[in-house]
Design a protein. Structure first.
Length: 232
């Protein structure tokens, strides 16, 4: 019998968080999603926060990911915990989740397992927030796709850390027929999809300097002021 899962994360179309949430549903669980990045929040982040991050990067700073709960997720989590019983509270990355929210959730439902997950290296400063760091020791288990992330997350306070390799969504990551126009617009020897990070940018520059054509898709690249054009 499947569990009741309250899934908290950026569950927007095309994102891997939504794909993970759907996969849990396919496994037979009852999954309710809370979106930490609804359209109005994503628009505000792109318009202001990305611009600030780009300017700080040019000045030599690695700025934190925002921890402000613009979507009101902390209130929504506790509202759901007061109204329904949950087997798992699944939190993707959890930059905006307060320690107090995790504490009260566990107090309300002691047998609910709090699961943290992130595909990013959470030991790097630009992937963290004060809220995230303060609540780490309240997760029952944290899942990372980085083998080196196990030791890192334990050092940050996680009690139990599980390494899980990368995966794909068979409904989304599959061969498709494309037109010649799409091939010219999106094609290239190397494709990269992901948000801007300085280490990623350096890797892309190394490939470009070696004469390899790259197509980059993702947020933050143009705002960083490095002259990188991205495909939409």
């Amino acid at each position: 019998m499947g569990k009741r899962i309250l899934y908290v994360g950026p569950v927007w179309s095309g994102g891997t968080s939504l794909q993970r949430m759907s996969a849990l549903g396919d496994l037979g669980h009852i999954v309710i999603g809370l979106n930490t990045e609804p359209p109005e929040v994503r628009k505000a982040q792109r318009r202001l926060l990305r611009r600030i991050q780009g300017k700080l990067y040019r000045l030599g700073w690695e700025c934190n990911s925002p921890g402000d709960d613009l979507a009101g997720i902390n209130v929504k989590i506790l509202d759901h915990f007061r109204k329904s019983t949950w087997g798992i509270l699944w939190i993707d990355k959890g930059l905006t989740i307060l320690r107090e929210t995790l504490r009260v959730a566990k107090e309300l439902q002691p047998y609910c397992t709090i699961v943290g997950y992130s595909p990013d290296d959470m030991a790097t400063r630009h992937n963290q927030s004060p809220q995230f760091l303060r609540g780490l020791n309240l997760y029952d288990i944290y899942i990372t796709t980085k083998s080196y992330g196990v030791a890192e997350l334990k050092a940050l306070g996680c009690r139990h850390v599980l390494f899980c390799g990368n995966s794909y969504d068979p409904y989304f990551h599959r061969p498709v027929e494309i037109s010649e126009g799409e091939r010219k617009l999106l094609g290239g020897l190397v494709g990269f999809i992901g948000t801007f990070e300085s280490q990623r940018a350096e890797s892309m520059y190394r490939l470009a300097r070696a004469g390899i054509q790259i197509r980059i898709s993702g947020t933050g690249w143009s705002d960083a002021g490095l002259g990188i054009q991205t495909s939409s």
